[in-house]
Structure formats: C-alpha cells, structure tokens
Write a protein that binds this ligand. Structure first.
Ligand SMILES: Cc1cc2nc3c(=O)[nH]c(=O)nc-3n(C[C@H](O)[C@H](O)[C@H](O)COP(=O)(O)OP(=O)(O)OC[C@H]3O[C@@H](n4cnc5c(N)ncnc54)[C@H](O)[C@@H]3O)c2cc1C
Length: 467
C-alpha cells in the first residue's frame, strides 16, 4: 500500500497560504459529504479544497508533490464507480465552485466553460441561443461538465450524437506537477502532435485536473418527436432495436425499461400498458418536421413487426416530460428499495443485445439476486442493476458479476460503457485489457504523475506508481 503523508499542521498551513482560507473546508459534516460519490465506497478526506481558479489547483498540486499527500479531484460526486472517493484520504479537490459559462460563441459554434458547470445548465444556456450540446447523462441536472469529461459520460442521445468526448474540442488541464497545459483546439479539426485531449478525456481524474473546456455546439434540432412502445417480451424489444438500426434508422434516443423497472415505475407512467408489459421502449427522432414523423411511422412498423403489443405516437409534452423523468429516476427508485444495489454498465455489439438480456433471468436464479435492467438500448449499453434485500448476498452477487462480464466479453462487448473503472471495476480490468495494455497505461500514468499524488488507487488494481 502506498505511503502518503497525513495533512500535518505544517502542510495545512502551507495549503492555507497557497489557496486562501476561503477555499478550505474542514467541518466534519462536509468532510463526510465529500468522502463518497453515488456508489458504495466511502473514505473520509482529511481536508477539502474548493477551488475557484486554476492557480489554486496548481498551487495545491505543487504542494502535494512536495509533501507527498494525495489529491482527489471531484466534480459533483454523482459518479457510480468511486472515482471521486479519496481512497488514501488526503485532500479532496472540489471543482464545483468553478462553475461559470465563460462564453457561448454562436459564430464559432463553441462554448467555453469551467468544469463545475452543471450539464443541464449548459444545455439550457445554449438552447436559449438555438444551439445544442447533446451529451445528456441521466444525471444531467446534478453532474458537472468536468466530471462528464473525466468519465466520458453519455446518455440517450449518444445513439445519434455520440459521447462527451465527441464534444470536447479543447481542455485546460493542471497536470499533477502543477503545470498548466492546453490540450486540443478551438476548431473542428486539429492533428498537431499526439492527442493529449483524448487521453485526458475519460481518464477519471488520474492524469490531470480539468479547469476549462472548449465545447463543440451544433444547431438545435428543429423538432423532436417521441414514440413509446410496449412488448410482451424483452428480447423482442431488443430485436426491434437491432432491426431499426441495421435498416438505417438513427433515432436520437432508444431507451428501454424491463418489466422489473416497470413494476416499480409503471404506476407513475401515463400509460395503462406499463403495468403489464415485459419491456418498454422510448424512441425519439429529431430533425425536420414531416420527415421525422414519416420515419417514426416506419420505426413504429418495425416495432409491431417484432411483436410490440402497441405503439403510442407523439405523446403530448406533459406525458413526454413524465416519461423522461421516470426514465432518469429509475435507478434512484431501485436504490430506495434494496440495501444491496450494484450497478453494472456493460455494452454489447448491436446484434447481441437480445442475447444478452435473454440471459439475465438465468443469472437471477443462479446467484439469488434480483436484476433490474434498463438503459441505452440503441448503443447496446445495458445498465444491469443487481440487487438483493440482504447485503450478505454480496459475495454471490460478485460471482454473478464475474460470470456476466465474461459473457459480455465473449460477445465482443466491454465491461463499462460510461461509468468508468474507478475503484469498483478495478478487479475486472485484466478481464478486458491485456497485461501489455495495462503496463503501457501504468507507464503513461507515471509520466504524468511520477509521485502518484493525483487520484491514487483508481483504475489499476495496484498503485504501481508508488511501488
Ligand atoms: C442517477 C444517476 C444517473 C446517472 N446516469 C448516467 C448516464 O446516463 N450516463 C453516464 O455517463 N453517467 C451517468 N451517471 C454517472 C455520473 O453522473 C457521471 O459519471 C458523471 O459524469 C459524473 O460527474 P460528476 O460531476 O458528478 O463527477 P464526480 O462523480 O465528482 O467525479 C467522477 C470522476 O471524474 C473525476 N473528475 C471530476 N471532475 C474532474 C475535473 N474537473 N478534472 C479531472 N477529473 C475530474 C473524479 O476524480 C472522478 O474520477 C449517473 C449517476 C447517477 C447517480
């Protein structure tokens, strides 16, 4: 285990001088709040620094190198993989107060923002200028753009528009040494040198602290239309998804809820069918009116062809808002009901979605757990939520997870589509990546952070930079 210095009175006094008293948080309630994210793990930090400028971030990291204490960057703590949990205590560096939208440049179709901006606030701000920032994780009203960039977050719109990575043109980043660098560009293209921007994106706060982002915007789609459809079998719903995609339809959302999710949300959904169906699909298309309505008719036809019980076209705006509210809250409703709740975030190739969901009931029986599945069907990204009333089932659930991940990999899938590795999925990394790939990645970490002070203990099972 790496040995770091505790935050001694001498170090504390240096940190106070470097970042200013206003940035320091030490009261115990707050420390507890900053010791966890939305996952299961908790570790109490010794100190929280709430940065308001890159200069403070840089000064803190220089001290971390000098005195050898760990620093864990944190956006708004909605991560599900333990990425913002200070595994070796030390300092949690909160970026939440760096939350200004610095500019929205209509002519250049870019926005420049600080990392603590809430994703929905940015979407709303650009919407007022008739522009669109597509990445829309279900947590979009509570998570930060910096956290989204660090985890390469994505949401329903990914099926058409891609992930956060596709919208970050450039980054200002404070390296673990305290140096501040710009990575990327302000333009639509740029191939000068190695692509450090894409290396930093999705690196879960282990290679640098993002302090500014230049984001790509696109014109806001003119119209959006929704279709809701219910199936008597989950696998038929997934067959419908695969069929519509391979026939060339690209909706801007293809989400699903299985029957277990409908059990706990069905009474809140404005559709009678939700109480008895085995699966619900929410499909949206955006673009030019007339064209998208026609496309929706074809998609509705594909759903019926694959066995949908019925198709509800264009629910009114109140119903649409309700559907999305329920879809985004489903994990919170599961969490309320089950003391043991493990989130898996697997992805399989489009053609394998039905096979994958078809296995889940067998896993339930074999491992004595209850599985709720929902998510981004259009990406093959299935949130497999493994639950039990008794936390003692954890060991069996973990065995089930290993079996599930093996299945996913055998299908050509990946063990995490968007939540990241953090602490939670570290043990599974070697299942997907070769020893050589992991070795190279650890070497990269060492180049950025030779003393291992930035977010140690994440992604890799052993913290080699301190070995
Ligand atoms: C109800 C719910 C629904 C969710 N739905 C989705 C979803 O649909 N799609 C999805 O992708 N995720 C989803 N998530 C997970 C989570 O919201 C995302 O991972 C989000 O991007 C985390 O943002 P955050 O600001 O909360 O980051 P945090 O949780 O604070 O941090 C996440 C990681 O990013 C690092 N980090 C944060 N800010 C910075 C920074 N400025 N510089 C460097 N590193 C940084 C942290 O060290 C940590 O490793 C969901 C979570 C919840 C609770």
């Amino acid at each position: 285990m790496p040995s770091y210095s505790p935050i001694t009175p001498e170090i504390l006094s240096e940190i106070k001088k470097a970042v200013g008293l206003d940035a320091i948080v030490r009261d115990s309630e707050k420390l507890h709040e900053f010791g966890k994210d939305a996952g299961e793990d908790t570790r109490l930090p010794e100190l929280v620094v709430e940065a308001t400028s890159p200069r403070q971030v840089s000064a803190l990291l220089r001290l971390a190198n000098r005195y050898s204490f760990p620093v864990t960057p944190r956006g708004l703590g909605t991560g599900l993989a333990g990425g913002a949990v200070p595994l070796f205590r030390g300092v949690v560096l909160s970026l939440a107060k760096m939350n200004r939208i610095l500019s929205i440049e209509r002519d250049n179709l870019i926005a420049v923002v600080e990392p603590g901006v809430i994703t929905l606030d940015l979407q709303n701000a650009v919407r007022r200028k008739n522009l669109f920032y597509p990445p829309d994780p279900a947590s979009l009203d509570t998570c930060s753009i910096g956290g989204n960039a660090a985890t390469n977050a994505a949401g329903p719109s990914c099926v058409k528009y891609g992930t956060t990575r596709d919208y970050v043109l450039g980054l200002e980043t404070v390296l673990p040494s305290g140096e501040i660098i710009e990575a990327g560009v302000r333009t639509r293209k740029g191939v000068v040198g190695y692509d450090l921007r894409h290396l930093l994106l999705g690196s879960e706060g282990t290679l640098g602290v993002i302090t500014k982002l230049i984001l790509k915007l696109i014109p806001h789609p003119k119209t959006i239309t929704t279709l809701v459809t219910f199936f008597p079998r989950l696998t038929s719903a997934m067959d419908a998804v695969t069929t519509m995609l391979i026939r060339g339809h690209v909706p801007c959302a293809v989400e699903f809820l299985d029957d277990r999710c409908l059990e706990i949300t069905g009474d809140l959904l404005p559709f009678e069918e939700a109480r008895s169906a085995k699966a619900m699909l929410i499909i949206e298309t955006d673009g030019v009116q007339g064209v998208i309505e026609k496309e929706m008719e074809t998609i509705g036809g594909i759903c019926m062809e694959q066995g949908a019980a019925n198709v509800v076209m264009a629910p009114d705006s109140l119903k649409r808002a309700r559907i999305w509210e329920i879809r985004r809250e489903v994990s919170l409703r599961i969490e309320d009901r089950f003391p043991l709740y493990l989130h898996e975030d697997i992805v399989v190739p489009i053609g394998k979605i039905a096979d994958l969901v078809g296995c889940l009931r067998g896993f339930e029986e074999e491992f004595g757990v209850k599985i709720f599945s929902f998510g981004h069907a259009g990406d093959g990204n299935i949130h497999v939520n493994i639950t039990a009333q008794d936390r003692k089932r954890r060991d069996r659930a973990d065995e089930g997870i290993v079996k599930l991940l093996k299945k996913v990999l055998s299908m050509g899938g990946t063990i995490s589509g968007e939540h990241g590795i953090g602490i939670v999925k570290k043990p599974f990394l070697p299942m997907e990546l070769s020893a050589e790939s992991i070795r190279i990645q650890k070497e990269i970490k060492k180049i950025f952070d030779p003393l291992g002070i930035l977010n140690p203990g994440k992604i890799f099972q052993t913290d080699l930079q301190k070995d």
